[in-house]
Design a protein around this ligand. Structure first.
Ligand SMILES: *[C@@H]1O[C@H](CO)[C@@H](O)[C@H](O)[C@H]1NC(C)=O
Ligand SMILES: *[C@@H]1O[C@H](CO)[C@@H](O)[C@H](O)[C@H]1NC(C)=O
Length: 385
């Protein structure tokens, strides 16, 4: 019965699906050129990269255009970098500043939900978390971009999980430091001891414990597999719910309601439960470390009882952090822990607005002035512009 119901939902949502909702269609609808590239990782995942190669406003297709890679957060995809339109979203602002902009999609989201060796219906497909995105996917994307553009370095900007995977990549594969010209971490997430979000308090005691029956049941599965079908339908029936969000909480005070509506249409984009479980484990362990599989498997995998920490002192690439007071996931106290464990961090910029929150880096009406203009300015400095 359930299956018929969900099947119908998915069918209807397919009928109302609009190709303009895909990242490249969205980019072209604003007049910019858009390309779609695929990169296959060593373990078979086929990742989609979208590209804004130049700006139609500058007509700079023949000029030198340094490459920038933008990497989305958890539950998200490349649409996050586009949802506030060309006057506000970082992807367009960088294109207009003369950059060659690449938008990554992590394994498991619906632009990268394919593996040449494993079916998406197999638990093997979902046997990954942000450790693999950091150690395999991002390096593969960077190598592809360097090859394609003939450059030797890229600039990088990530939001939320997009910052975690940067930290994982550069601490686990330090040879990639040399390939990063500058890194920009929006809402950097590594430590979660003090995370104010209720989600941690409610779920982490069970889900962050590798021996717990619930966490064992969720491991190696797709996160909420039916939401792709449901979200457009919710939209259809529930209309513009976002305008009520503001009255509930301070969290959405700065939100651009139309970009939240875009996010609602394109999210949840797809991920493995393991990504969520791994974050929940960090809330419990108070450490930034690899996945905890329980004693026996840890010994086999890591040669020790507990998973090893990520060594942030190995990160030598020029890195800037941009953080928010009102971030309920990666809050100020945990940011302090990150900053003090990150010896080569160049700059920590706290957004000077008390109400600025985690999602505001992607959807706030004031994110251009408060965040994106700064990021572009910093990147320009590295380019001597
Ligand atoms: C809000 O988002 C829409 C697109 O979703 C965009 O067109 C508009 O410029 C944005 N406004 C501000 C102030 O960010
Ligand atoms: C991914 O899902 C979103 C939301 O349902 C949809 O708008 C987008 O077209 C999907 N992309 C692909 C490649 O299926």
């Amino acid at each position: 019965m359930q299956f018929i119901f969900f099947g119908l939902l998915c069918l209807i949502s397919k009928l109302v699906n609009n190709p303009e909702w895909k990242s490249d269609g969205r980019i072209r609808s604003h007049g910019y050129p858009a390309e779609r590239h695929t990169v296959t990782t060593q373990d078979g995942y086929v990742l989609t990269l979208f590209r804004i190669p130049y700006s139609h406003k500058l007509q700079n297709q023949n000029a030198k255009r340094p490459a920038v890679l933008l990497q989305h957060g958890l539950f998200s995809n490349s649409d996050a970098w586009l949802c506030s339109g060309p006057d506000n979203s970082l992807a367009y602002l960088l294109a207009d500043a003369g950059y060659d902009v690449w938008l990554g999609n992590a394994r498991g989201n619906n632009y990268s939900k394919k593996n040449k060796m494993v079916s998406v219906n197999s638990p093997k497909f979902w046997h990954f978390d942000w450790h693999e995105i950091g150690t395999i996917d991002i390096p593969a994307m960077i190598d592809y971009i360097l090859e394609e553009t003939g450059q030797s370095q890229v600039h990088y900007a990530g939001h939320s999980q997009g910052t975690t995977v940067y930290l994982v990549m550069l601490s686990e594969r330090p040879e990639y430091n040399a390939k990063i010209k500058s890194g920009h971490l929006l809402a950097p997430c590594a430590f979660f001891e003090h995370a104010p979000s209720m989600a941690f308090k409610l779920f982490a005691p069970a889900l962050g414990n590798p021996y717990n029956a619930f966490s064992k049941g969720l491991v190696d599965k797709e996160f909420l597999p039916f939401t792709l079908g449901i979200s457009p339908l919710l939209d259809l029936f529930c209309g513009d719910r976002t305008k009520y969000y503001r009255s509930f909480t301070d969290y959405y005070k700065n939100s651009n309601m139309s970009s939240l509506a875009v996010l609602r249409k394109t999210h949840f984009a797809g991920n493995s439960n393991n990504q969520v479980l791994h974050y929940m484990q960090l809330w419990i362990s108070k450490k930034f470390r690899q996945y905890d599989w329980g004693l026996e498997k840890n010994r086999e995998l890591y040669g020790q009882d507990m998973p090893p920490d990520y060594d942030l002192s190995k990160i030598t690439a020029a890195t800037h952090a941009y953080t928010a007071h009102n971030d309920d996931k990666c809050g100020p106290q945990d940011v302090e822990t990150l900053v003090s464990s990150f010896p080569h961090l160049i700059e920590h910029h706290r957004i000077p607005l008390e109400s600025f929150s985690h999602l505001d880096f992607i959807t706030a009406i004031n994110m251009k002035e408060l965040v994106n203009d700064l990021v572009v300015k910093r990147i320009n400095l590295y380019e001597g512009r």
